[in-house]
Design a protein around this ligand. Structure first.
Ligand SMILES: *Cc1c(COP(=O)(O)O)cnc(C)c1O
Length: 354
């Protein structure tokens, strides 16, 4: 006899992003380039001295100090975890749970509501407007109806690329009764951050989450972090597993922060490629939405999105098929790759929609 899963999870599928063996992979917003070779060489040296017979530094102090210096905050305001997804999970474990509600503005990053469900947190889904922006009136209605313990914002928003109007974030901070979590996995591509609001009223409830996966070209490392009030950091430390962040990840993250110039230069190159791809897309029969991230959401006009996705796979190009997601009917999302990968995508798309 099979043992039944928890009732509220029984019908749930895990989070999946289909991988297909193709030449050009532009489906999960990774960096198209590996980390700098000098970083890898230094990291391999550091590994030799890691002393893995010992538990890692439970406080991850050296890493948190390096992040604090980078963001001009104190280490007590930094919480690190295995990818920003684990940060989000800890936030929901500490501040969500049965009898509490988290708010998201859809369409947005699926993991916000997914992890909320897993942790038994109620989910209240607000809607974005036609341009995929969070509109102030909608936000006010949603907050007063749901009184959430956590309000998730995402800027730039995945999968739409939209950046939140700072006035809306500030208003949310004033009105939301609980934490306001701004997921900035793509923040450096936009060059704006809610961290600028850390001196405003209500900012003790502001949590900014960033990731090494996209801008730092370290998706394989699994490192993300939150910048928040020290009381929030303590709450996250209370729910996370002891020694959750291994010695290798701590060392690699700290070392990566010595390569900020290279990282910023790469971000600038991706942003300029994004502009070029957007210009070229305008000449192909698709509707696109302006993006401040390292991807672009588009919809082939008058064609079935899933069929275009298939036609791209047939040409060895993989993008993300969002065509069956609520609010994104017919849409596909392409990550910005190397110039050669982007050219391959544009050529394949032009054929697919011809
Ligand atoms: C990719 C992504 C993340 C990153 O998650 P990691 O666990 O750090 O790899 C977080 N939030 C959003 C919106 C993302 O798109």
């Amino acid at each position: 006899m099979k043992v039944p899963m928890r009732d509220n999870l029984a019908l749930m599928a895990g989070y999946h992003s289909p991988q297909v063996d193709v030449a050009v992979r532009l489906n999960v917003n990774e960096s198209p380039l590996p980390p700098p070779p000098e970083f890898m060489a230094r990291l391999s040296q550091e590994v030799l001295g890691l002393g893995l017979n010992r538990y890692p530094d439970r406080q991850a102090l050296a890493l948190r100090e390096a992040l604090a210096t980078y963001h001009k905050v104190t280490p007590e305001e930094v919480f690190c975890a295995n990818g920003s997804n684990e940060v989000l999970q800890c936030l929901l474990l500490a501040y969500g749970g049965p009898g509490r509600t988290a708010v998201s503005f859809e369409p947005t990053y699926a993991l916000h509501s997914h992890i909320a469900h897993v942790t038994g947190t109620g989910v209240f889904q607000g809607k974005r407007d036609e341009d995929f922006c969070v509109n102030e009136q909608e936000m006010e209605v949603v907050l007063s109806q749901s009184r959430p313990s956590i309000t998730f914002m995402c800027s730039p928003n995945n999968p739409t690329g939209t950046v939140d109007d700072p006035a809306v974030t500030e208003r949310t901070l004033q009105l939301a009764p609980g934490l306001v979590v701004v997921d900035e996995a793509y923040g450096p591509f936009a060059g704006t951050s809610a961290l600028a609001m850390r001196s405003r009223p209500g900012s003790e409830r502001l949590v900014v989450v960033q990731s090494f996966s996209k801008t730092w070209a370290l998706a394989g490392l699994r490192l993300g972090y939150a910048i928040a009030d020290p009381a929030v950091v303590s709450a996250l430390e209370a729910v996370v597993m002891p020694y959750h962040l291994d010695a290798f990840t701590q060392a690699a993250g700290r070392l990566a922060l010595e390569f900020t110039d290279e990282t910023h230069a790469r971000v600038a190159r991706i942003v300029s490629e994004r502009r070029r791809v957007a210009e070229e897309l305008a000449n192909i029969g698709v509707r696109q939405w302006p993006s401040d991230a390292n991807f672009i959401l588009f919809r082939p006009v008058g064609l079935d999105g899933a069929a275009v996705w298939r036609a791209l796979v047939d040409r060895s190009v993989l993008v993300r098929d969002c065509s069956s997601w609520v609010g994104l009917e017919g849409c596909l999302r392409v990550s910005i790759g190397t110039p050669a990968e982007n050219d391959a995508f544009l050529e394949a798309l032009a054929e697919a929609v011809a």
